[in-house]
Design a protein around this ligand. Structure first.
Ligand code: ZN
Length: 311
């Protein structure tokens, strides 16, 4: 992605402060990296330059949300549905009785799984035809304490003002209600291994890059009590290693894009390169599993899951 000679390929304004804790980037300890700046206070990375609305729209394109609603080929969509069903069961168990809001509901897989468990659901997403999903932002929802759960499943990192999202979630949750968050962990071993090419960096679509400490302390400052963190529940660990390992091979192979359906790919991939990427993925799979085990054991997993109760 970066060869050190050119800047990021999106346009926008230079980031002036940390989008998570608000510290100024003129303070000591600030570190400028390719396409992102590290906060000297909380270590969160802010995508920098902050992409303009136009360049962000372009970065998502039509591939991100294909019209068919199906993103992955082979068994990918089936795996996605199964992991969402497991997540739905966890959320249903932890959240008190009452409706649940899914912010960044995607194609509605998690939402449907919770409806199947008898939950009343509302979803928010930028583009969706799903009857229970609205194209609105969380700040546009009125009221207080309407929900007993708010889910941010790999969506908080896409928000330009993530702390405001947490504040809005606190407003919409009744006391005792739960927030459920899954995000990438930029302090992970896989982030360190793949650097600018790490799949979960996903610039410029990911606007904030958190660590477990920054996420939990931010939640506590915003009126939550963190009750559970998990190195495995947020998923997407093995693919992070596998995509990075395949990407290190010569030939410019891209495993993640190769696993997506043709209409859901960001780039054009020839059938030969697709076959090569998938074959390499199969070969590297045991090594990716091993690396995942090591990062979990070392306390530096590629993604973070947090449950917190509104106090
Ligand atoms: Zn910060």
């Amino acid at each position: 992605m970066s060869d050190g000679t050119q800047g990021p390929d999106w346009s926008g304004k230079p980031a002036e402060r940390c989008v998570w804790c608000g510290s100024s980037f003129s303070e000591a300890g600030t570190r400028r990296l390719f396409g992102r700046t590290a906060c000297g206070s909380c270590a969160t990375l802010t995508t920098d330059p902050v992409p303009s609305p136009e360049s962000l729209e372009e970065a998502y394109g039509d591939w991100y949300w294909p019209e068919t609603g199906q993103r992955f080929s082979l068994v990918g969509d089936a795996i996605l549905r199964r992991s969402r069903a497991a997540m739905a069961s966890r959320i249903d168990e932890v959240a008190p009785a009452g409706p649940i809001l899914d912010v960044g509901a995607g194609e509605g897989t998690l939402l449907d799984a919770l409806v199947a468990r008898g939950r009343q659901m509302k979803g928010l997403e930028r583009r969706s035809d799903h009857p229970s999903i609205e194209n609105r932002e969380i700040k546009e929802l009125e009221g207080y304490g309407e929900f007993s759960g708010v889910v941010l499943w790999h969506s908080l990192e896409h928000m330009g003002q993530p702390r405001d999202i947490v504040t809005e979630a606190a407003r919409l949750l009744r006391p005792g209600g739960f927030i459920f968050i899954a995000v990438p962990n930029h302090a992970s071993l896989q982030s360190a291994a793949f650097g600018d090419d790490w799949i979960h960096l996903d610039l410029p679509r990911h606007l904030v890059h958190l660590t477990s400490d920054a996420l939990t302390s931010g939640l506590e400052e915003s009126g939550f009590e963190v009750t559970e963190t998990s190195p495995t529940r947020a998923g997407q660990l093995v693919i992070g290693w596998l995509d990075g390992m395949v990407g290190r091979l010569p030939g410019g192979l891209n495993l993640y894009q190769s696993l997506r359906r043709r209409s859901a790919r960001r780039i054009v991939i020839s059938p030969g390169k697709r076959a090569a990427a998938i074959a390499a993925g199969v070969i590297f799979f045991p090594f990716a599993l091993l690396a995942t085990g090591i990062e979990i054991a070392s306390g530096r997993p590629g993604t973070i899951y947090v449950e917190a109760r509104r106090v």
